[in-house]
Design a protein around this ligand. Structure first.
Ligand code: KIV
Ligand code: ZN
Length: 502
């Protein structure tokens, strides 16, 4: 058995801070639970000082997660470290992640600090964090554009002050694999005390090499990979967890390392992040893209039919991709529904299950066969009851290429029902305008997308909207229906409900 590489997931911090990926409290909790199901070693749950909402979400995650270490990011400042500790102190296992930039560019133009001041700050703040928590990670931001010997001195300083993990971020995604590996080796050879700590990589994807650099880091002695689900993160994103993990697993004969990830939960985690953020993955995305296990050409199909290994180096089952078998229909009962969901990796509490079953029955009335992807669509939108402020009662759309589109929308809020009419050049816009009249707020539609979730004539459509209300941050709404107008209206109302839930 080789050494074990720890997986440090930063979907909820580096991922969440990237444009269009923000999540509300419930969504963060759901993601944290899924990360625990994945058996992630460390969950970076946020940056506590960034906002009271961030701090509250980290605390809530620290309260419910039992098996993964919960980590909060902090700059080299007492108030940051205090906020981080406050947020994670109730976790079963906690880590404070302190960072400071060490590159000439960052020290001069961003921090306006001399190298000597940077070393002093690392010594002081790592020791300050250590008073709270035995598990301290120090990151040298922009490590890959830092002077190598200064980087080693920074790491020695952090080790002396009590750091237990040292992170070498490629903050701007500048490295190529051989270069990154050489940097890791140099640090291992020239830093006193390095044998007592775990080295970590945190690679951004600006040149598309985040995963390759992380894996090169592993070959050079890295013991922890920092990554995100679907590779979301600042700019071009971070190293994708599913790609790093499946590379280590599939090429175990090459890397000779282990990791603790439960790979059968990967697909579900990927779908969850796509649903919550509204950021889809490309069909060709390795591991989780729609085409990752599809075989189109005749030659490939022929090969796969004879022996899957001709064109598959890993199985879809190993990452938890459902078989898309026809499973349920109109006459299926609650028991069969619940069983199938469990097989797909979903265990819902009673309230969510009731809602989901209601939706399943409604869908089974419209659609002859319900496939696994349909079930996923249902689960993705099954809201916890009591959290919906507005709900759609009915809509009537009149549209055509020779008339102005009109929409009559009836929406329920509490015990009251509101009906408004609006006209526009298209049916969806008319519907959204009518809803705006009911809500009575300034709602800006920033993005709208519509895609088919399943196949066949009676496929379910998924609409995703990104809206801002009264100048708020963007909120993502999602709606699913066999009717594209209904899916769109539901997504808009879902976004509005999420805004009011915050
Ligand atoms: O990219 C980066 O340098 C970071 C650090 C805070 C670890 O995200
Ligand atoms: Zn980063």
């Amino acid at each position: 058995m080789g050494r074990t590489i720890r997986i440090f997931d930063t979907t909820l911090r580096d991922g969440e801070q990237s444009p269009g990926c923000s999540m509300n409290l419930n969504e963060k909790l759901e993601v944290a639970r899924q990360l625990e199901a994945l058996k992630v070693d460390i969950i970076e749950a946020g940056f506590a000082i960034a906002s009271p909402g961030d701090a509250a979400a980290i605390s809530a995650i620290a309260d419910i997660i039992k098996d993964s270490t919960i980590c909060s990011l902090a700059r080299c400042a007492e108030k940051d470290i205090d906020a981080a500790w406050n947020a994670i102190k109730n976790a079963n296992s906690s880590r404070i992640h302190v960072f400071l930039a060490t590159s000439p560019l960052h020290m001069q133009y961003k921090l306006k600090m001399t190298p000597k001041q940077v070393l002093e700050s690392i010594a002081y703040n790592v020791a300050y964090a250590k008073k709270y928590c035995p598990d301290i990670e120090f990151s040298a931001e922009d490590a890959c554009r830092s002077d190598l010997d200064f980087l080693c001195r920074s790491f020695e300083t952090a080790i002396k002050a009590g750091a237990t993990t040292l992170n070498i971020p490629d903050t701007v995604g500048y490295m190529v694999p051989e270069e990154y590996a050489a940097r890791v080796r140099y640090i291992r050879e020239h830093t006193e005390g390095i044998e007592n700590v775990i080295l970590s990589c945190h690679c951004h994807n600006d040149l598309g090499m985040a995963v390759a650099n992380s894996l090169a880091g592993v070959e050079a002695g890295i013991g922890q990979i920092e990554c995100t689900i679907n590779g979301i993160g600042e700019r071009a994103g971070n190293a994708s967890m599913e790609e790093c993990v499946m590379a280590l697993n599939t090429r175990k004969n090459y890397f000779d390392v282990d990791c603790n990830i439960e790979t059968t939960q990967i697909y579900r985690a990927s779908r969850m992040i796509q649903t919550i953020t509204g950021v889809p993955v490309a069909p060709t995305k390795p591991i989780v893209g729609a085409n990752a296990f599809a075989h189109e050409s005749g030659i490939h199909q022929h090969g796969v039919l004879n022996n899957k290994e001709t064109y598959e180096i890993m199985t879809p089952e190993s990452v938890g991709i459902p078989k898309n078998a026809i499973v349920l229909g109109k006459h299926s009962g609650r028991h069969a529904f619940e069983d199938r969901l469990r097989e797909l990796g979903y265990t819902l509490d009673k309230e969510k299950l009731d809602k989901a079953f209601e939706k399943f029955k409604a869908l089974a009335d419209k659609k002859k066969t319900i496939k696994d992807r349909d079930l996923e669509a249902i689960i993705g939108v099954a809201p916890v009851s009591g959290t919906e402020r507005y709900s759609l009662v009915s809509f009537v759309i009149n549209s055509g290429n020779a008339i102005t589109s009109t929409a009559v929308i009836k929406v329920k809020k509490g015990d009251e029902t509101f009906e408004r009419v609006a006209a526009s050049s298209g049916p969806i816009e008319a519907a959204f305008k009518a809803i705006n009249k009911i809500v009575g707020r300034e709602i800006e539609l920033e993005d709208y997308s519509l895609k088919s979730m399943t196949d066949g004539d009676d496929a379910q459509a998924e609409a995703i909207v990104k809206i801002s209300i009264d100048g708020s941050e963007l909120v993502t709404g999602r709606g699913v229906s066999t009717d594209i107008v209904e899916a769109s209206i539901k997504s808009y109302i879902n976004g509005i409900n999420k805004f009011f839930m915050e």
